[in-house]
Design a protein. Structure first.
Length: 683
């Protein structure tokens, strides 16, 4: 039975529910949509309620500003019917916004107090309560101005930033869950050799499972019987499938291309290497951005300072003036200290920057990407599918003319194309791409896969074979001599042999191809004082790299993660760019990450951004743009701190009326936002 997510009132509830259910495999199907469910609602639809709430808060804030300005400029007589209607409407609008959107802010503030730490949520709450309390006092006494709209503004800004972060986390957790569900069953063999499809939760270590062609390995184990090609690119980075024999190890997440395997289970659900990768990804989710972290550090001293100044102001004016002056001046301190300038300007600048990156072809909804691009001094690249094209390419074809007899080169290549026409194998795709030019039509019969070795067919009453040298039973020494005699120019790459009645008639050399402008991109990044390093699971990377490029080969997912963490601890804010499942953990532990558009769905969800067209050459431009935004945001942070200090001093001295404080806060917010937008709009 197909299940759906239930719509939740708050996105934070969605995130908590998903995290809870990731640890409850028995209830997993009841909460998370599977990839097979075509009717599963899109995550954006589920979160539309949050956008609606923010829109409502903005409407209330706008209307509140208009009516508050009218009440403050031309107040109706105290106690009159118009007075109670206007003030009652403003109080009602503030309470609606608090009840509708305020719960996450108040929960975060309560958690902040319970953890005995200070964060920017505390300043938001303090400013909100100050504006609400002071306005209620003015309403009840008829003295002073009211600022109920500040309640809606503060909550809307806070909710907007919170929603963006939690949406990214929820999407990542959903994709992680979907990936788990792709590898959560196995064909378990009984003593009679009969197979039964069972959930992994019921599969025990030591059991025997069967993996058929085109099926994934869902357990870590050892091959008891079978031979064939296994695709491990997403786990190891090796560009081509590898041949697996009896006695060799296989891991969950790999796929059988053409072989039927019997596997002894060595690790099942929860203990597989795939689970370790996913756990690392999930544990690293939900990190604050650098700007948020800096703001929280600032709050450690600024929040107590604001509260102390407000209390001291109230006490001073209570003794030296009137109770009304004490309330109004202390409220003015809280109003002018409200972080709305930063709370509004920073998200606007980040979103404008993300829009510009999207125009370039780097799509993201995560402000972490702007942080990392601006601060990074080290970028890690995966190799296969990242620096190289997703598919291998034929770089040379040597035909042994004397072995063909009366057969022409074109006829042979046409027969090879006919053999591979209906196959969906990486080698077959490379050969079909190479042989896409019009060739004479050739018929082949009895096409047969030879697991782990290649393909065989009958052509002109002769046996035509294509694949490994083992098809013809050649020894290593014979292969070396054969290559030397063929006159091949390219000696680096994967050799595919064509045999006609056991005699070699052609050799194709396949190799990874570097993406366009790779060398120029790496040179430009180095000019920006960014170190570039390749981390690959491929134990024998044969793609040529630019001079001076560091390459670490044969790495596991954990090895990649450890290297990223080491550089991150050194303060270089590393960026990771990859495309495979084995890259996801390192991506989550980097300062931010970018997935190739052609990467796996899980990797795209785990990444902070995505190169839609796999264009590496836009990375230097993205770094330049992010640095400009970051410089301006740092300037805004300094400006806001100075503005708050001066404004608080004037308010404490009774020289800044709350109305003036509110207007200054509004003008400052618009000014800082305009400056941030200008920085984000320029290259």
């Amino acid at each position: 039975m197909r299940e759906r997510f239930h719509c939740l009132d708050h996105e934070s509830d969605l995130l908590k529910t998903m995290k809870l259910n990731l640890g409850q495999s028995s209830e997993r199907q009841a909460v998370v949509c599977t990839t097979q469910d075509a009717a599963c609602d899109d995550l954006d639809v589920k979160l539309s309620r949050s956008w609606l709430k923010i829109a409502i808060a903005v409407v209330f804030a706008g209307q509140g500003m208009v009516f508050s300005l009218a009440v403050n400029m031309t107040p109706p007589p105290f106690g009159s019917l118009p007075y109670f209607i206007l003030h009652g409407g403003l109080i009602f609008s503030a309470l609606v916004v608090i009840l509708f959107l305020g719960a996450p802010l108040f929960r975060s503030t309560w958690g902040m107090l319970g953890a005995r730490r200070l964060s920017i949520e505390g300043l938001f709450t303090l400013s909100l309560l100050g504006a609400l309390t002071g306005s209620l006092y003015s309403t009840m006494t008829g003295n002073g101005s009211v600022y109920y709209e500040v309640v809606a503004v503060v909550i809307a800004i806070y909710t907007f930033g919170r929603m963006l972060g939690e949406r990214s986390q929820a999407k990542l957790l959903l994709e992680s869950q979907r990936l788990r569900e792709s590898f959560d069953h196995a064909l378990v063999l009984d003593d009679l050799g009969m197979s039964t499809r069972m959930p992994l939760s019921e599969v025990t270590v030591g059991s025997r499972v069967q993996v058929n062609p085109g099926m994934p390995f869902t357990v870590d184990g050892a091959i008891l019987a079978g031979k064939g090609y296994v695709k491990e690119t997403a786990l190891t980075g090796e560009p081509l499938p590898v041949v697996k024999h009896r006695g060799e190890r296989v891991r969950a997440g790999a796929w059988s291309i053409d072989g039927v395997y019997e596997v002894e289970v060595l690790a099942t659900e929860g203990t597989r290497e795939l689970d370790d990768i996913l756990n690392r990804v999930e544990d690293a989710s939900g990190r604050p951005s650098v700007m948020q972290h800096q703001a929280d550090e600032l709050m450690q001293g600024f929040l107590p300072f604001v509260a102390g100044v407000s209390i001291a102001t109230a006490i001073y004016w209570a003794f030296m003036g009137t109770w009304s002056q004490a309330v109004l001046n202390s409220m003015a301190v809280l109003l002018v200290a409200c972080p709305c300038a930063l709370g509004l300007a920073a998200p606007v600048a980040i979103w404008q920057g993300l829009f510009r990156l999207g125009q370039m072809g780097l799509v993201s909804r995560d402000g972490l990407l702007i942080d990392a691009l601006a601060r990074t001094r080290a970028i890690f690249f995966d190799k296969t599918g990242t620096l190289s094209e997703s598919e291998m390419a034929v770089v040379e074809c040597a035909v042994v003319e004397e072995a063909l007899g009366e057969t022409t080169r074109e006829e042979l290549l046409s027969a090879v194309a006919a053999m591979e026409a209906d196959l969906d194998h990486p080698v077959a795709r490379a050969l079909k791409c190479y042989l896409e030019a019009p060739l004479p039509h050739t018929a082949v019969d009895a096409v047969e896969l030879v697991p782990g070795e290649g393909v065989s067919a009958i052509w002109n009453d002769q046996r035509l074979q294509l694949g490994e040298a083992s098809l013809a039973g050649l020894s290593g020494e014979a292969v070396t001599q054969l290559v030397a005699e063929s006159g091949l120019m390219e000696r680096v790459g994967k050799a595919i042999y064509a045999f006609l009645d056991a005699q070699c008639v052609a050799i194709f050399v396949l190799r990874e191809q570097a993406r366009p402008a790779m060398a120029e991109t790496l040179k430009a990044l180095n000019a920006l004082e960014i170190e570039t390093v390749v981390l690959t699971g491929d134990p024998d990377p044969q793609m040529s790299m630019p001079l001076g490029m560091k390459v670490h080969a044969g790495l596991s997912a954990a090895d990649k993660t450890d290297r990223v963490i080491d550089v991150k601890n050194a303060g270089k804010s590393p960026l990771f760019i990859g495309d495979g499942i084995n890259d996801a953990s390192a991506m989550q532990h980097a300062a931010a990450s970018i997935s190739m558009g052609s990467g796996t769905q899980f990797t795209r969800s785990a990444a902070s951004g995505q190169l839609v067209h796999d264009s590496l050459d836009l990375l230097p431009r993205a770094v330049v743009l992010a640095r400009a935004i970051y410089r301006r945001l740092r300037g805004n942070l300094i400006y806001a701190a100075c503005y708050n200090l001066v404004g608080m001093l004037l308010a404490a001295m009774g020289l800044l009326h709350p109305l003036a404080a509110a207007l200054i806060m509004l003008c400052s917010s618009f000014g800082v936002t305009a400056v941030s937008l200008r920085a984000a709009s320029s290259d």
